[in-house]
Design a protein around this ligand. Structure first.
Ligand code: APR
Length: 233
């Protein structure tokens, strides 16, 4: 039985919850070029558009139609019943893992339901729209100084020390619903030890598929549930 497990998730796990993946067939994220809405330069060039883009994503996440799915739930249930170390690293900025009951979750690309002060970098829980008129929670006279707490291209992903350490020590690494196109997450599989068993659960092949010991293709709600059910039995 495995003792230390690291799971990496990407947009594919939330696709069946109604959230679009990043790299759709049109190469756009909800109609925008990724660099336009996910880079510091994009924000500098057009803050109103970027604020509005994430406002829409946040509203969508909080609407009644979006909720966790079977794949999120399977991970949470597995974690509850597993006796060893379990770390869930997600590239997703939604909160569907937490909603489904996952406990030990690291959001390496930030969180949609948090805002960050442009001056102090302090992070605040946030469920409202952000914009040029948004008052600062600590200094109400200060406006428009909060940005989405999202790691954009060119910025340092979060929690990397903890993640690197867990990757080196784990004996099972499972990658779920990620296209393996964005580093450092795309390189996590290669940071695990030689004795680690590496599993990829995804709809289709990725540039990293060859590195994995085991791959399962299909919808996350099916392959993730099946894989984790078998792992506990
Ligand atoms: N079940 C399983 N896999 C799926 C499903 C599904 N229902 N739907 C899509 N997929 C797969 C796709 O085949 C693809 O390989 O999920 C992957 C999603 O890939 P991306 O859209 O590139 O998402 P991700 O890998 O999470 O992107 C990484 O890129 O733009 C940045 O910061 C952003 O965190 C994001 C990072």
């Amino acid at each position: 039985m495995y003792k230390k497990i690291v799971v990496l998730t990407g947009a594919g796990i939330s696709q069946e919850s109604g959230l679009k993946t990043f790299r759709g067939s049109d190469g756009l994220w909800e109609g925008h070029r990724i660099e336009e809405v996910a880079s510091p330069v994009g924000f500098e060039n057009d803050p109103l558009m970027v604020w509005d883009f994430y406002n829409q994503r946040r509203r969508q996440l909080l609407c009644d139609e979006v909720d966790y799915n079977n794949a999120h739930k399977s991970l949470a249930e597995f974690e509850k019943n597993f006796c060893g170390d379990f770390l869930l690293v997600t590239q997703n900025v939604d909160d569907l893992h937490e909603r489904s009951g996952s406990q030990n979750v690291l959001h390496m690309h930030g969180e949609l339901l948090k805002a960050r002060c442009l001056d102090t970098s302090r992070v605040y829980d946030w469920t409202e729209d952000l914009g040029e008129k948004t008052s600062h929670p600590d200094f109400p006279e200060k406006v428009g100084r909060l940005r989405p707490h999202i790691v954009w291209f060119g910025e340092m992903p979060l929690h990397m020390d903890k993640i690197s350490q867990a990757l080196k020590q784990c004996d099972l690494f499972i990658s779920i619903g990620t296209s393996a196109q964005v580093y450092p997450a795309a390189g996590f599989v290669s940071m695990t030890s030689r004795s680690c068993h590496r599993v990829e659960l995804n709809l289709e092949d990725t540039p990293s598929s060859m590195i994995f010991d085991e791959t399962h293709r299909g919808l996350a709600t099916e392959v993730v549930s099946n894989y984790f059910k078998d792992l506990l039995s």
